[in-house]
Design a binder for this molecule. Structure first.
Ligand SMILES: NC(=O)c1ccc[n+]([C@@H]2O[C@H](COP(=O)([O-])OP(=O)(O)OC[C@H]3O[C@@H](n4cnc5c(N)ncnc54)[C@H](O)[C@@H]3O)[C@@H](O)[C@H]2O)c1
Ligand SMILES: [Zn+2]
Length: 287
C-alpha cells in the first residue's frame, strides 16, 4: 500500500498550544518578553528554577554611580563574560516571535531583555525597556560607544587579566579577589574621560519616561497581551500586565515557574518558550 494513502502526520502539539492559539486567533498581540525567552540561547535568567539566588545580589544603580570599586568589579566581570554573551544567537522562541510579527499576528514586542536577540531574529518593532548591553554611555557627556569596541580597550588596558583569572578558577564564574580588582584598569570615555556605564537600567534606576510611554502606546494598539518568559517580579514589566487587565485585553502567559499576576491571565502555560512558540506559529497557520 502506498504511503500516500495515509493522512500526513501532524506532530502532537505541546500542551497549551491550542489554548494560546484560541486566545490569539484573529487578534494582533503585543508580546512582553523576559529573560526566560533567552535561556534556551544559553543566557541565564534571574529567577528561574536554580537561578533565583542570583536575583538577591543584582548590581544597584546608586552603588555603580558612587563607588569606583563597584564599577571596577562590574567591568572586570564584564570583560570575562562579554565574549559568551555577545556570541549568543536567537533560539526557536525568538524566531517564532519574529515570524508572528511578519504574519501580522504580533504587533510588536516590549522586552525586558538587554541581549538584542529579538533584533537578531528579525523582529522589527521592539521596545527595549531596560536598554541594551551592546551600548555603553558616558555619564558625563552622553557619548555612546559600542560594547565590542570597549572590549578591545578593556583587554588592552588589562593584558593577561582574563588568563590569570581563568587559571585561578577554571569554572570561569569567579568571584574576583580584592587584589585582582585593585589592579584592574577601568576605561574612561574617549571624548571627555568621563565615567562609562552600560546603557542598561540597573536596579534602583527608572526606565526612561519616553520608553515607558512608547510601550504603553504599543499596548493600546494591541488587542491581546502575551507574556513570554518573565517572572514579572519587576514592576517595570508587571505594569503592562496590569494595564492590559484594566483594558480587558485577553492575556496569555507562557512561563516556567512562578509569575506575578497569573490571576489576571486568561491562559497560563508552563512550558518551554522554544517549544511552544514554534508550535503556536504552525497552529495559527493551519487555522
Ligand atoms: N537575556 C537578558 O537580556 C537578561 C538575562 C537575565 C536578566 N536580565 C534582566 O533582569 C531582569 C529579569 O526579569 P525577567 O522577568 O525578565 O526575568 P526573570 O529571571 O525574573 O524571570 C524569567 C522567567 O522565565 C522562566 N523561564 C526560564 N526559561 C524559560 C523557558 N525556556 N521558557 C519559558 N520560561 C522560562 C523562569 O522560570 C522565570 O520565571 C530584567 O529586568 C532583565 O533586564 C536580562
Ligand atoms: Zn564623555
Amino acid at each position: 500500500m502506498s504511503s500516500l494513502s495515509h493522512p500526513p502526520t501532524v506532530p502532537a502539539s505541546p500542551p497549551g498550544v491550542d489554548a494560546l492559539a484560541s486566545l490569539l486567533r484573529g487578534r494582533r498581540a503585543v508580546v512582553l518578553t523576559g529573560a526566560g525567552c533567552s535561556t534556551e540561547s544559553g543566557i541565564p535568567d534571574y529567577r528561574g528554577p536554580g537561578t533565583r539566588a542570583r536575583a538577591r545580589n543584582p548590581i544597584q544603580h546608586r552603588e555603580f554611580l558612587r563607588q569606583p570599586e563597584i564599577r571596577a568589579r562590574y567591568w572586570a566581570r564584564s570583560l570575562l563574560g562579554w565574549p559568551r554573551f555577545a556570541s549568543a544567537t536567537p533560539n526557536a522562541a525568538h524566531h517564532a516571535l519574529a515570524a508572528l510579527e511578519r504574519e501580522g499576528r504580533v504587533l510588536g514586542l516590549i522586552t525586558q531583555n538587554v541581549d538584542r536577540l529579538h533584533h537578531a531574529a528579525g523582529s522589527s518593532r521592539v521596545i527595549e525597556l531596560h536598554g541594551a548591553l551592546a551600548r555603553v554611555r558616558c555619564l558625563d557627556c552622553g557619548a555612546m560607544e559600542g560594547r565590542d569596541g570597549l572590549q578591545q580597550r578593556l583587554l588592552a588596558l588589562n593584558p593577561g587579566f582574563s588568563h590569570q583569572v581563568l587559571e585561578l578558577r577554571p569554572d570561569g564564574d569567579a568571584e574576583l579577589t580584592s587584589e585582582q580588582l585593585s589592579s584592574f584598569q577601568v576605561p574612561a570615555c574617549l571624548g571627555c574621560q568621563g565615567t562609562l556605564k552600560p546603557d542598561v537600567v540597573f536596579f534602583g534606576d527608572n526606565v526612561p519616561r519616553p520608553t515607558v510611554d512608547e510601550a504603553f502606546a504599543l499596548l493600546e494598539e494591541g488587542d491581546a497581551l502575551l507574556v513570554v518568559g518573565s517572572s514579572l517580579a519587576i514592576f517595570s514589566g508587571y505594569r503592562f500586565l496590569v494595564r492590559a487587565s484594566e483594558r480587558r485585553m485577553p492575556i496569555g502567559i507562557l512561563n516556567i515557574g512562578e509569575c506575578r499576576g497569573v490571576e489576571l491571565a486568561d491562559v497560563c502555560v508552563e512550558a518551554k518558550a522554544g517549544e511552544v512558540l514554534p508550535a503556536l506559529v504552525s497552529s495559527l497557520a493551519r487555522s
